[in-house]
Write a protein that binds this ligand. Structure first.
Ligand code: NAI
Length: 331
């Protein structure tokens, strides 16, 4: 039995969490969940949207499965997600984007792995109001964080038999900050002569991705570009409902979908639990419960390929519960 921290989140979070834990139970996962609430409701009762108990739990269990948490726009508390990644130093955000058979998209040859830096850039949260009409956000790029994220990308490529790592920047404009990111990337790349290394500007990358996504393999990006490009890549494979992710550090890992709390469909029984389920499958592999992971993966891909019972975002009309039960039936 492995203890894993479970953060059900808010919005559609609790709905997809219920679905995923039901599937994991049915498949025989040996997990003891340490359930930790976080988010706006918790902020009201405990004074912080991310109380220390959540961090302490993950420090102890070293692994967490997390559903999305709402972040207020423009005012209110800082993002729980950003705070969690920073306080546990989960420096690498890993987001694989691969076509799934049965989900019709414009391209059928997408197999891209996004490695996003997770701790600095504009997400350092250093902002100030200079006067009524002027605000400032500071973008921080350091040698240490850039080197370790590019190293992570190359190590991932090596372990997973990937052939190409592309570093993404806007170094023509942000000459110092993105320039430093590229300088670090070039240094690291020299140590992996067996893996091809390329560079691309982020605007050109976006255009190329929606024309010829098959030319990319592993992408390594500073935080903000990584955030934006991973949603774009989610769109290439069929939308946010199936885009998985993981935040990995030296001492802990938090597995979570790319999407947010989708307040527009909360409580409507429409939420697609696939992205959280795929994240949970990666988590099962991470804690060495490979048999259960592959069993669930097989059943999930069969359910999608058959296209009989699917949630509305995938072109079906099934509820979250009907889709969940179909995956359990196919186990
Ligand atoms: P969102 O990802 O929640 O939703 C964007 C669109 O995709 C919506 O139309 C939504 O209905 C749809 N969608 C997302 N996930 C879906 C799913 N599983 N099944 C079916 N449809 C799905 O992005 P949005 O609206 O920009 O953000 C909402 C809140 O989530 C914000 O407060 C944001 O800060 C937060 N957020 C949290 C994240 C996290 O906890 N890791 C990540 C991204 C956003």
């Amino acid at each position: 039995m492995q203890t894993v921290t479970l953060i059900p989140g808010d919005g559609i979070g609790p709905e997809i969490t219920e679905s995923v834990t039901k599937i994991l139970n049915a498949a025989g996962a040996k997990i003891n969940w340490d359930i930790q609430s976080a988010g706006a409701d918790v902020a009201e009762t405990e004074g912080s949207p991310l109380p220390d108990r959540v961090i302490e739990s993950i420090k102890k269990t070293k692994v967490a499965l997390k559903a999305p948490v709402t972040t207020p726009i423009g005012k209110g508390f800082r993002s729980v997600n950003v705070a969690l990644r920073k306080s546990l130093d989960l420096y690498a955000n890993l987001r694989p984007c691969k076509n799934i058979e049965g989900i019709k998209t414009r391209f059928d040859n997408v197999d891209i792995v996004i490695v996003r830096e997770n701790t600095e850039d504009l997400y350092a949260g250093i902002e100030r109001q200079i006067d009524n009409d002027t605000a400032e956000s500071i973008k921080i790029i350091t040698r240490n964080a850039s080197t370790r994220i590019v190293k992570f990308a190359f190590e991932y490529a090596k372990k997973n038999n990937r052939k190409l790592v592309t570093a993404v920047s806007k170094a023509n404009i942000c000459k110092l900050s993105d320039g430093l990111f590229l300088e670090c990337a070039r240094e690291v790349a020299k140590k992996y002569p067996q893996i091809k290394y390329k560079e691309i500007l982020v605007d050109n990358l976006c255009m190329q991705l929606v024309q010829k996504p098959e030319q990319f393999d592993v992408l390594v990006l500073p935080n903000l570009y990584g955030d934006i490009v991973s949603d774009l890549c989610a769109g290439l494979i069929g939308g946010l409902g199936i885009a998985q992710g993981a935040n990995i550090g030296s001492n802990a890992a938090v597995f979570e979908p790319v999407h947010g709390s989708a307040p527009d469909i909360k409580g409507q029984h429409k939420a697609n639990p696939t992205a959280l389920l795929l994240s949970a499958i990666e988590m099962l592999k991470y804690i060495n419960q490979n048999d259960v992971a592959y069993k669930i993966e097989k059943s999930l891909f069969k359910t999608i390929k058959e296209r009989k019972i699917l949630t509305p975002d995938l072109g079906g009309n099934a509820t979250t519960t009907e889709y969940t039960n179909e995956i359990i039936k196919n186990l």
